[in-house]
Design a protein around this ligand. Structure first.
Ligand SMILES: Cc1cc2nc3c(=O)[nH]c(=O)nc-3n(C[C@H](O)[C@H](O)[C@H](O)COP(=O)(O)OP(=O)(O)OC[C@H]3O[C@@H](n4cnc5c(N)ncnc54)[C@H](O)[C@@H]3O)c2cc1C
Length: 452
């Protein structure tokens, strides 16, 4: 029996439920990746994430070759490609792991219904600790506040043994043609990506190694040190988690295992697992409130009086030329490495949405294009949280003061000097006090109009 395993955001061999079950059931396995132009998370990849995907597919193919198989690449709409491959190979089963953004969920439901006319389809959860519909309040509605949500998650148990990587993945006896990775056009013509990718190792092996290095190096101090952007105190697992080079289950499992031998790291690593919980929560919210992709969850903000004629200010923010060193450092770290420290993400997002009064969607778009860890759920959630219009969001009046933030979290100026060597930088593009008051005044205008 021949089975197709359709890889999507699960670019790994271990703890991959679809692959694992296909290998147990089938004598021949066709590992497939489709570069699909229909509007799903994968096709909406920004420039930096596209580069990551290129390398991640390359790494997956190398790993598959080491166990006797190879990755088949196809480009186009998923359903006709799957149908043609089933017809050409006589495959009787298709396996995949679910992707949870709303567009992919509805596309996959249609694909499943169509394919079930001709073969079996098996889908699994391999990228979340729990299915979003499994965790609900006692009245059957979804949580909107993180703490009770995470308590319910912990109570129901988040740890399980990761599935092993198949030692051998039997290839089809008649080889299946593949398009070339280069034909996907994921790499830019002008190779701006080379210095960015020098900061990263891509693929499943690198992802696990990053976790295994992080646990002893930074686990014990994570809770406090994670706020200081000059320190390499966080895991930098976000792009690996996004592309599924490692699963959150594997992260939890290895962390728990490490804790059995290093109980002193308990407080730091419980906090780390809670951050994985925030990732989970952002998927949960997007799944239950799909309209929040581009609209504020708090409906009052859908009428927010944003500033007008802000094109020049937005450009200065993108280029890291606002005249506020920590904001400029963050935006330049993003441009050069495809990643930005979480504290600085909050600072630059607050600055854009509150001091410049530019809609959060403009910032979300820029992040989407420039982050290697672009993740629809976490990005939308992070922006709405900072703008004060999402679930369990920071209260609107919490406007980060970029000067106080750098005094507190980059007191010696190491982070700022690393990214803004020309200090003192250009003159500030906005007056902090006046812009803060303007934001609060605008918020008052919408404050009484009721929430969701
Ligand atoms: C405005 C804004 C936009 C963001 N956009 C994204 C995005 O597109 N993709 C993305 O993965 N994260 C995003 N985040 C969340 C967070 O900044 C990153 O996940 C984190 O900085 C990644 O670094 P790390 O892997 O070293 O994190 P660690 O501190 O090591 O945390 C471990 C993992 O937990 C998850 N995590 C940590 N913090 C958060 C959080 N606040 N929300 C959701 N998940 C979290 C990530 O998967 C991360 O890899 C955003 C945050 C903000 C404020």
């Amino acid at each position: 029996m021949t089975a197709i395993v359709w890889f999507r955001q699960d670019l790994r061999l271990s703890d991959n439920a679809a692959l694992y079950h296909a290998c147990r059931a089938a004598g021949q396995v066709i590992p497939l990746f489709i570069h699909d132009p229909t509007p799903t998370t994968v096709s909406q990849l920004g420039a930096a994430s596209s580069v990551w995907l290129h390398h991640s597919l390359q790494a997956l193919d190398t790993d598959l070759q080491a166990v006797g198989n190879r990755l088949v690449l196809r480009q186009g709409e998923a359903l006709p490609i799957l149908q043609a491959l089933i017809a050409a190979t006589g495959a009787t089963r298709v396996y995949w792991n679910r992707v949870y953004d709303p567009a992919s969920l509805s596309r996959d439901t249609q694909i499943k219904a169509a394919l079930r006319q001709v073969c079996e389809v098996h889908s699994f959860n391999a990228s979340l600790l729990k299915e979003p519909w499994e965790v609900l309040k006692s009245d059957g509605t979804p949580y909107k506040v993180f703490t009770p949500y995470w308590k319910a998650m912990l109570k129901s148990g988040i740890q399980r043994l990761p599935l092993p990587s198949p030692p051998h993945i039997p290839a089809p006896t008649v080889p299946v043609a593949s398009e070339s990775l280069e034909s996907f056009g994921l790499l830019p013509r002008i190779r701006w990506d080379t210095p960015m990718m020098a900061h990263w190792q891509v693929g499943e092996t690198a992802a696990l190694q990053r976790l295994l290095d992080f646990l002893p190096d930074s686990g014990a101090d994570y809770k406090d040190a994670r706020n200081f952007p000059a320190q390499p105190a966080t895991s930098r697992l976000s792009p690996h988690l996004h592309f599924g080079e490692i699963s959150p289950q594997q992260a939890v499992y290895h962390t728990e295992h490490f804790l059995t031998q290093h109980p002193g790291a308990e407080s730091g690593l419980r906090h780390f697992m809670q951050e994985i919980g925030w990732r989970e929560f952002s998927y949960y919210l997007l799944c239950h409130f799909p309209q929040t992709i581009d609209q504020a969850l708090d409906v009052r903000f859908r009428q927010f009086p944003w500033a007008e004629n802000t094109a020049e200010l937005l450009e200065r923010w993108k280029r890291g030329q606002t005249g506020f060193p920590i904001v400029d450092a963050g935006m330049r770290e993003l441009w050069h490495t495809g990643w930005m420290h979480n504290r600085v993400r909050m600072i630059v997002a607050s600055f854009l949405t509150k001091n410049l009064l530019i809609p959060w969607q403009a910032g979300e778009n820029w992040f989407r294009d420039t982050l290697v860890d672009t993740d629809l759920a976490s990005n939308v959630f992070g922006w709405q949280w900072t703008a004060g219009c999402g679930a369990d969001a920071a209260p609107y009046f919490r406007i980060f003061n970029p000067i106080l933030q750098s005094q507190k979290f980059d007191a010696a100026g190491d982070y700022i000097r690393r990214w803004v060597p020309e200090l003192p930088c250009s003159s500030p593009i906005v007056d902090l006090k006046a812009s803060r008051e303007r934001a609060l005044e605008r918020f008052k205008r919408i404050a009484g109009s009721g929430t969701v």
